[in-house]
Write a protein that binds this ligand. Structure first.
Ligand SMILES: [Zn+2]
Length: 252
């Protein structure tokens, strides 16, 4: 039973038994795992405050082939995001990012890009506050990493460039259609604004830092965020619990 050492991000924890914790975490090398931290809820626990939401930690654990759960031996804090939770909206952002990551990643599937995305977004919330553009960036990239993203600048049906054209979507689908194809489809499609598509384009073609420097529209960010969250919910076949708690500005 070898001891493994890795970097990880804590996704969620649950009380277990008398004083233990069940920990869901994203191991940088091995992907999403669950393990037991014995005595983590007892006073003076050796885990201290390492097991908080989105804590970036170094972790040591034992893996047993016959068991689904690993046994967490030790954790060391590399970076904490506990301070961000003082802000209600920032706390919801972290909870939503953790919930999405947990839902889209299969257990033990290597997911280094998602690991880096999660860390990048959490750090950006610390630097910039809970800007909807950060969550939009995180969600769109999670959709892309999942392989579910369509084109935001061309009609999914006829291929026409959508620049400056009215565009439409079906909630939950990544397909964006032009006006003509919307009529042909004869379904209930919702308009999506050019501003939202341009925030989305910016998020997918550049860095998060650049996106935030451009001071993206609040309503456009919220709209493209909804588009991405609808796609994620469609693929996970359930609603995101933390999404209901988001307070989104409807106007600029
Ligand atoms: Zn079309």
């Amino acid at each position: 039973m070898p001891l493994k050492e890795s970097e990880a991000i804590v996704l969620r924890t649950f009380p277990l038994g008398e004083g233990d914790r069940l920990v869901s975490f994203l191991d940088r090398q091995s992907g999403r795992l669950r393990g037991v931290a014995r005595g983590a809820r007892l006073p003076k626990s050796r885990f201290g405050s390492t097991l908080e939401l989105l804590s970036y930690i170094r972790i040591w654990y034992f893996e047993r082939e016959s068991r689904e759960l690993v046994r967490i031996n030790q954790c060391e804090l590399i970076e904490s995001f506990l301070d961000l939770q003082k802000d209600y909206q920032a706390g919801i952002f972290l909870a939503l990012m953790s919930e999405i990551t947990e839902a889209v990643l299969g257990e033990r599937e290597a997911a280094d890009p998602q690991f880096r995305l999660l860390l990048l977004a959490a750090r950006a919330i610390r630097t910039n506050g809970p800007a909807p553009a950060i969550l939009a960036y995180f969600s769109l990239w999670t959709v892309r990493l999942g392989g579910w993203l369509g084109s935001l600048d061309h009609c999914a049906q006829c291929g026409k460039a959508l620049h400056g054209e009215p565009a439409y979507t079906v909630p939950g689908s990544s397909r964006v259609s032009c006006e003509d194809c919307r009529d042909n489809a004869g379904r209930t499609m919702k308009p999506i604004s050019q501003v939202a598509l341009s925030v989305g384009g910016g998020a997918l073609s550049g860095t998060l830092e650049r996106l935030l420097k451009e001071n993206p529209s609040l309503s456009g960010s919220s709209e493209i965020l909804s588009y991405a969250l609808d796609i994620l919910e469609h693929h996970m076949e359930r609603k995101l619990v933390s999404r209901q708690m988001l307070v989104m500005g409807k106007s600029e």
